[in-house]
Design a protein around this ligand. Structure first.
Ligand code: V47
Ligand code: SF4
Length: 361
């Protein structure tokens, strides 16, 4: 089928609300008519979220960069005895929490897999933040960290999730999914839990009333078939639980890591991944263009290619900056609003669960 016929058949499906097949997604990835692809993805986004584009006042906190794993793409992790290894004390974490400003709606807490910290360290982070900021949403600890807690502290997975929930965890960030395809996963993060276990942890959390995000790391060694496999597994999971709030494609950053690539992803590929994801994941309500990763300008363009969210104020970011991101990590709310407005969308301030807090007309 030529590209025009393909896009036409996809448009018919989008208009009729018919689900795309993995074969459709695979055919769309090499598409060169990016504007047509973007228009279709925008149509799918508008159907789900109208002309709205969301942002949140949030603050990232990374308690430790010490990690027992050595994922080859990770520029952030350090060994326990490295001179620039750090682990924040609870008081240091609370200083960041207190400095976050009265309007912050979300704390995003993720870190490395530290060999020595007790379970109470992780629970106390949640308890202390919860006590200091009762109304603020705690999006904390990826599926990889939760699995690590279960193994390290010899507790059943359900028990770990319930203890974290009890301590204040409201949702789970989407990290650690990377790419599920086993051959590539082995090369870039062979020590990490496999894709099936990532899905099991998230599915268990959803069943225990904890929603999550989901990510896909792309632009390294994966093929388009690997991307479609990843998206298909997420779509199946979402059919079973409905617990995924947003999908976030994460563009591989090549600096200071051991994947062996020197190139960043291309802007066209970033837009393609966003657009195909929006079209394929018909059951996931939001697709996020994370501005720290894409840069402000690409994140803005992404809002016309299927994304309806650009994340938030972030304030402090370590993972992407270690790997070559140039964007300054803090962005004023007015700048987020401006980016959205000048993309022709309506800026909507949200909380983590996408409750609308304010429409910035
Ligand atoms: O799992 C690490 C990725 C993730 C690199 O849920 C890298 O709202 C590119 O998941 N190049 C953590 N990516 C970040 C994450 C996230 C970010 C923003 C919002 C949310 C959310 C989640 O960062 C890791 C990994 O996939 N990552 N190193 C790198 N060199
Ligand atoms: Fe550790 Fe996460 Fe980095 Fe892998 S990606 S080395 S698990 S911090």
């Amino acid at each position: 089928m030529n590209e025009n016929d393909l896009l036409h058949s996809i448009e018919e499906k989008v208009d009729a609300g018919v689900r795309l097949t993995p074969h459709d997604a695979l055919a769309l990835f090499p598409c060169n008519d990016l504007l047509a692809l973007g228009r279709l993805a925008d149509k799918a986004a508008v159907r789900l979220n109208g002309n709205r584009a969301y942002f949140v006042r949030n603050r990232h906190i990374n308690p430790t960069n010490v990690c027992v794993h050595r994922c080859t793409f990770c520029s952030y992790r350090r060994g326990l005895f490295d001179s620039d290894a750090y682990t924040l004390g609870l008081d240091e974490i609370m200083e960041k929490v207190e400095g976050a400003g009265p309007d912050v709606r979300e704390f995003h807490v993720v870190g490395g897999l530290h060999p020595d910290l007790p379970f109470d360290y992780y629970l106390d982070i949640l308890r202390r933040i919860r006590r200091a900021r009762p109304g603020v949403h705690l999006k904390a600890y990826t599926a990889v960290e939760i699995d690590f807690f279960s193994k390290r502290f010899r507790l059943p997975l359900e028990e770990v999730i319930l203890a974290l929930k009890e301590a204040g965890m409201d949702s789970i960030p989407g990290g650690g999914a990377e790419i599920f395809a086993p051959a590539v996963r082995e090369k870039i993060c062979g020590e990490k839990i496999d894709g099936d276990r990532w899905i099991e942890v998230i599915e268990t959390a959803h069943r225990l009333g904890i929603p999550s995000n989901a990510t896909m790391l792309y632009g390294h060694l994966e093929t388009n078939a690997d991307r479609v496999d990843h998206l298909s597994k997420l779509r199946d999971l979402q059919d079973r639980t409905g617990g995924i709030m947003a999908f976030i494609p994460l563009a591989f950053h090549p600096e200071n890591n051991r994947v062996g690539l020197t190139r960043f992803t291309s802007g066209l590929d970033d837009l393609r991944v966003l657009a195909v994801s929006r079209l394929f994941l018909d059951n996931v309500p939001h697709v996020k263009a994370y501005w720290v990763m894409l840069g402000e300008k690409m994140a803005q363009v992404a809002l016309r290619f299927g994304a309806d969210d650009i994340d938030g104020t972030v304030v402090e970011e370590k993972i992407y900056h270690a790997a070559g991101a140039r964007e300054r990590p803090e962005i004023p709310i007015e700048r987020l609003v401006h980016l959205i407005r000048t993309a022709g969308k309506v800026p909507v301030e949200r909380d983590t669960l996408y409750h609308e807090l304010r429409i910035w007309n």
